[in-house]
Design a protein around this ligand. Structure first.
Ligand SMILES: C[S@@+](CC[C@H](N)C(=O)[O-])C[C@H]1O[C@@H](n2cnc3c(N)ncnc32)[C@H](O)[C@@H]1O
Length: 233
């Protein structure tokens, strides 16, 4: 499905009310602690296990989101909520990418991802930081592309995070959000994913943050379905 910019424009009016009430996209689906909470902010032994699972189970979705970025030569790319760093590692291998940056609030994930990219970090091509989408530590127009995979629904203030993304992207830049679609019924340890209603709330938030040409594309990735939500600046 490609909802296209018309769909985003038609629902843009709801963006203002969403902005007035900063609520994570999955606020109605608390994860209840335990190992599930480790996918929200990985730490300790549980976080290490979650990191290993994410590196395997989220790989195809991360690579699908990366493909959707349509990287130009010399691209400066930002990843938000990089987790174990599988997408960062794939970016490092792309010769057309000039500069790679990432941010994640988990010290454990910063260390894990940093290990995957240590050579390029030492050369200054990779810049990984501890922090959140809602307060990005880079100047305006620092990047040409940005992505967030399995992370956007966790941001405590999605509208503020998208505003920050728009600020650090250059005019003509693009963003891709990779969202896992909800399963018809709950499965133990499987990510619950986002419902159609939750996914439909994302395009208006992007429009309210100043993005245009918003689209939503459904794709099968591994054994699950993903919604790839893209937009331009
Ligand atoms: C489910 S994991 C996904 C990790 C990786 N992108 C993947 O697909 O395997 C969610 C990640 O988002 C990070 N995160 C949570 N809240 C965040 C926020 N407000 N800003 C940026 N990252 C956040 C978590 O620390 C975690 O590493």
């Amino acid at each position: 499905m490609n909802a296209g910019s018309a769909a985003a424009g038609a629902t843009a009016g709801t963006g203002a009310s969403a902005a007035a009430a900063p609520v994570p996209l999955d606020a109605a689906c608390p994860d209840g602690g335990g190992l599930r909470a480790q996918f929200r902010l990985p730490r300790g032994l549980g976080g290490r296990i979650a990191g290993l699972l994410m590196a395997v189970k989220n790989r195809s979705m991360g690579l699908a989101a990366l493909d959707a970025l349509d990287l130009p030569p010399g691209a400066r790319v930002l990843e938000i909520g990089f987790g174990p760093g599988v997408v960062l590692e794939a970016l490092v291998r792309r010769p057309e990418v000039a500069r790679i940056a990432g941010i994640d609030p988990s010290e454990l994930m910063l260390a894990r991802a940093g290990r995957r990219c240590r050579n390029d970090a030492a050369r200054g091509r990779v810049d990984l930081r501890l922090g959140v989408a809602e307060a990005l530590p880079w100047p305006d127009a620092s990047f040409d592309r940005a992505l967030a995979v399995n992370s956007f629904h966790l941001w405590s203030d999605p509208q503020a995070g998208l505003g920050e993304l728009r600020r650090v992207l250059t005019t003509g830049g693009r963003v891709v959000l990779g969202l896992r679609v909800a399963l018809p019924e709950a499965r133990r340890l499987a990510s619950p994913g986002l419902t159609d209603e939750q996914i439909a709330r994302v395009p208006p938030l992007l429009v309210a943050a100043g993005f245009r040409d918003v689209y939503v594309e459904r794709r099968s990735v591994g054994s699950r379905e993903a919604a790839i939500v893209g937009a331009a600046c």
